[in-house]
Design a protein around this ligand. Structure first.
Ligand code: HEM
Length: 135
């Protein structure tokens, strides 16, 4: 990875996606359908709150991948809530989360290309490793 890489292309794609109000709700629909273990984890979730928190988590993830360490404390907290002792999210579900998010971006961003999808994967991969490492 280029240490100068700020993931500005992913940031811009995220901003374009956020202009479509259905974006994050659509992500949860796709994620729920992606693996049979997922829906039960969200059975009691208030999605208005969840969508707001996810928006915040995604901004922190992309900023962190881009070298802005201000995202780090948000990711540490997510690592804590998702980790052992709390929600204890099975690590096997992270690839489903990532695939669902990239599929949602593909549907939502009018300027999506496969190369941009690969960039999203690169950025989210950096954030997920950090989240999982901070457990
Ligand atoms: C990089 C990946 C992920 C990010 C950035 C993320 C982000 C978040 C955030 C910000 C919250 C709000 C509560 C908190 O701050 O901890 C949350 C809650 C939650 N996440 Fe994640 N998450 C990720 C991956 C996953 C995965 C793979 C699962 C697997 C099912 C998952 C399941 C949940 C559940 C069950 C909740 C609680 C919902 C509730 O309060 O009812 N997350 N996530």
């Amino acid at each position: 990875m280029n240490p100068q890489d700020t993931f500005a292309d992913v940031q811009q794609s995220f901003q374009r996606c956020l202009t479509r109000k259905e974006f994050l709700k659509r992500f949860y629909d796709i994620f729920m359908a992606s693996h049979p273990d997922v829906p039960k984890l969200f059975a009691k979730t208030d999605f208005d709150t969840q969508i707001r928190l996810l928006r915040h988590g995604l901004s922190a993830s992309i900023a962190f991948a881009g070298g802005t360490r201000v995202g780090a404390h948000v990711l540490e907290r997510i690592g804590d809530t998702h980790g052992r002792g709390k929600m204890n999210i099975d690590p096997k579900l992270y690839p489903y989360w990532m695939d669902s998010l990239v599929r949602t971006v593909e549907e939502t961003d009018p300027r999506y290309t496969p190369a941009l999808g690969a960039r999203w994967r690169e950025a989210l991969g950096i954030a997920i490793s950090y989240i999982r490492g901070s457990r």
